[in-house]
Ligand binder design. Structure first.
Ligand code: HEC
Length: 141
């Protein structure tokens, strides 16, 4: 434990000198926390991919899927799909399962639903659109 030296010297000089470096240290600390929170690959490009994916979703998928919890149109709500996807088919991670269910929707039919999802998205969506769409869905944890 640090015991402050006694006397006026400490109050006038030491006291002031000890306090000053704290602000930059706090700033650096906050910066490191922020840096750690943002995603590892360039956050700006991930964000614009998510925005593009959301657009593609609204144009192609929103007639049957919402992203609100438990709100069912024709297909299941995709709220939380990023977490659920990893549990669907053994050996497939979230990204693989989501891609699989968009391109080959009939090969795995979610319990309680009918095999009604169009099978044409593998052809009608460009690779970029598909990639954005998957990135968007992976952001729905
Ligand atoms: C005509 C309605 C319809 C459209 C349009 C549609 N889907 Fe589906 N989707 C379904 C149905 C019904 C299911 C459940 C049956 C199944 O698993 O195939 C489903 C299942 C899914 C699943 C699996 C969900 C889970 O919980 O495992 C994903 C992911 C999915 N759709 C994504 C999409 C995406 C992305 C699009 C747009 C490119 C889309 N769907 C367009 C009807 C649709």
């Amino acid at each position: 434990m640090w015991i402050p030296p006694r006397g006026d010297d400490y109050l006038i000089q030491g006291g002031q000198m000890n306090e000053k470096p704290i602000l930059p240290a706090i700033a650096l600390f906050l910066f490191l926390i922020l840096a750690a929170c943002s995603s590892s690959s360039s956050p700006a490009s991930t964000n614009s991919k998510i925005a593009e994916g959301e657009r593609t979703f609204k144009q192609n998928c929103a007639t049957c899927h919402t992203v609100k919890l438990d709100e069912v149109l024709v297909g299941p709500s995709l709220a939380g799909i990023a977490s659920r996807a990893a549990t669907r088919i053994e050996g497939m991670n979230s990204r693989e399962y989501i891609q699989f269910s968009i391109i080959k929707p009939s090969e795995y039919v979610v319990d309680g639903f009918v095999d009604q999802m169009p099978t044409s998205f593998g052809k009608s969506l460009s690779e970029d659109e598909l990639d954005g769409l998957i990135t968007y869905l992976l952001s729905l944890e």
